[in-house]
Design a protein around this ligand. Sequence first.
Ligand code: 13P
Length: 341
Amino acid sequence: MASLNAIAKKLVTRGQGILAADESEGTIAKRFALIGLPVTLESRRDYREMLFRSTEAMGKYISGVILTEETLEQNAADGTPFRDILAKADVIPGIKVDRGAFPMPGARDEKITEGLDGLRQRLRHYAELGAGFAKWRGVIAITSYAPSRNGIRANAHVLARYAIHCQEAGIVPVVEPEVLADGEPGDHSIERCAEVTAETLEAVFKELRLAGVDLSGMLLKPNMVTTGMRSREKASAEEIARRTVDTLREYVPAAVPGIAFLSGGQSDEEATANLSAMNQIPGLPWALTFSYGRALQTSALVTWNGESENVPAAQRAFTHRARMNALAARGEWRPDLDLAA
Ligand code: 13P
């Protein structure tokens, strides 16, 4: 078995990143609503098969894929296990292990993520199936009531409990505390996001240390420091990059091998531009890459539109987005490369 540090480092190989394809049944239904497609076991399978069989994207730009429990054990239409398709492309399979974020008792506007019960046994099973890493998402909302100190602390604590369980099972934990940009009301300033992100990361690393998590055998999946999605102000990629890196430098130990951002509702091009701007900042102690869901998939989903004859065009759209983000992970993306396509 490869060491946790070796797996973590491979996931953040320079010029590669993670495809988040772990939408729950509810979330994938929301995505399919965009193209008016009903969600069935087959439609979910066909869509994900289209992504996983994008040979160029998977072979060159994607280091790992976050799967759902369903997909980790699923076969393509011709019976080939998805795991074999990923293995052939040298892509590490990962697994979303949280069971979703639910209203937090005793709190207003806050959620707590569930899924610790039985996690030890589930992780053992996922490790047997070849999962190299896992993901757990904690959600921190910004409203006039939230986040409270208790909300941040509780989410940080379960993230640490999850992370140490993963490491005991030989699985790299991807620790995802997401300060929401696209929540309600979503009109907060970039300063407020910076403040809440700082408090959250401080709490998360305190809990990870207390739990005895080996920081060299994990990855962080944070939000970027941005304005709320419905804020009247909009920050430039340079400002987002500077504020995000400043916050991370203060709270994320250099022992963490890599940071793979979520896209959080940013447009495809924003998510790419922001990542590229961060990677142009000199002297970063960790690898910075993507672990995008929407910002990698939306153009492919819309092009696919649920029809098998659109698969090659959808795969080209996905490959293009993956390539743009791979360039951004090197700090080498330029807007004209997107325009040209
Ligand atoms: P987005 O990039 O669409 O935010 O999704 C990433 C993810 O895994 C959220 O948990």
